[in-house]
Write a protein that binds this ligand. Structure first.
Ligand code: EPU
Length: 293
């Protein structure tokens, strides 16, 4: 049976403020905001939007996202726990649905004495978002553990990407489909005490170097090859620089932190100021890491 978009009105909110769904807590409204409650409903909704030429944006944790103050037209579909969020473990294979939070997957893996993902402790967002952007840090990234990814393609088909179809590099993956439905990760058994200690150490290091208590979207810029964006920004003397209600963190210069009343314009001004200062001083052009809507 083919659905009409009106069949989804019970999970629709119109003109939903996206500031309530993003970590930077700013930006405009989503013209149509859908909260599906099951995998089948999600799939039917996406197919319906495609059939009716309604642009679709998938929102996961909203932790790596800058939404324009003008908001977005079309449909924003929210895919986060409890939707598509089951995590199951079979031997050293972890199967997670795309809306499971990465932190939940990390915890479940460590609880099953499986190593690899403990390196990703403290990274917010969903597995879907983590895979698409190959989330990671100094101790590794998620891509190295991904065995296969079940996706919905831009034309609404379901496909499994594996082997040659999957490649990951720094903050980038070959997964350019509309939506991650689930993924299989391959980990390795390890000693539980060592695992727990490693995770604790990484967490303590993060907490001491990053402004985790503030509103932010994590690092704003990618690290240029062999360099640290944070160090370059600090060397330009830009720590604590503010525009409106947005500010370069004094704890870690690659973080922009926001307060109530901040606008996407404030953040964009800071981005432009940083890029121009780093380019002038070091001849390095900083590439933005966060996603923009
Ligand atoms: N540094 C400064 N000033 C700063 C920030 C950093 O001098 O304001 C120096 C540090 O002292 C250190 C070097 O720069 O010598 C690297 O800093 P850090 O260890 O904090 O790592 P990073 O390269 O800035 C990366 C990821 C983080 C991830 C951490 C830890 C990127 C863009 N950032 O940061 O990821 O958490 O390693 O694994 O790759 C994110 O992507 O959102 C993110 C936060």
């Amino acid at each position: 049976m083919t659905n009409s978009i009106d069949d989804f009105s019970d999970i629709l909110s119109r003109d939903e403020p996206l500031s309530q769904h993003t970590w930077l807590k700013l930006g405009g409204n989503a013209e149509r905001f859908y909260n599906p409650t099951s995998r089948d409903q999600l799939i039917a909704l996406v197919r319906c939007c495609i059939a009716q030429d309604i642009p679709v944006r998938i929102l996961g944790g909203g932790s790596n996202l800058l939404v324009d103050d003008r908001g977005v037209s079309g449909a924003v579909i929210r895919v986060i726990d409890p939707l598509l969020s089951s995590v199951t473990i079979d031997g050293s294979i972890v199967k997670a649905e795309g809306g499971a939070t990465l932190s939940h997957v990390v915890t479940e893996s460590v609880r099953a004495n499986l190593a690899g993902l403990e390196n990703l402790v403290g990274i917010p967002g969903t597995i879907g978002g983590a895979i698409v952007g190959n989330a990671g840090g100094r101790h590794g990234d998620i891509g190295e553990f991904v065995r296969s990814v079940e996706v919905m393609t831009n034309s609404g088909d379901i496909a499994v990407r594996s082997g040659d179809e999957l490649s990951f590099s720094y903050r980038h993956s070959s997964v350019s489909d509309l939506l991650v439905l689930s993924a299989e990760l391959e980990l390795r058994p390890d000693d539980p005490t060592e695992l727990a200690n490693r995770m604790k150490k990484i967490w303590i290091m993060k907490r001491s170097t990053q402004p985790l208590a503030d509103q932010s979207a994590g690092c704003i810029f990618k690290n240029p090859r062999g360099l640290s964006a944070g160090a370059l920004i600090e060397q330009c003397g830009l720590k604590d620089l503010s525009v409106g209600k947005a500010r370069i963190s004094d704890r870690h210069a690659n973080f922009v932190v926001t307060e109530a009343g901040a606008t996407s314009g404030d953040v964009e001004s800071l981005i432009a100021r940083v890029q121009s200062a780093v380019s002038d001083k070091f001849g390095v052009s900083l590439e933005v890491e966060i996603r923009r809507w």
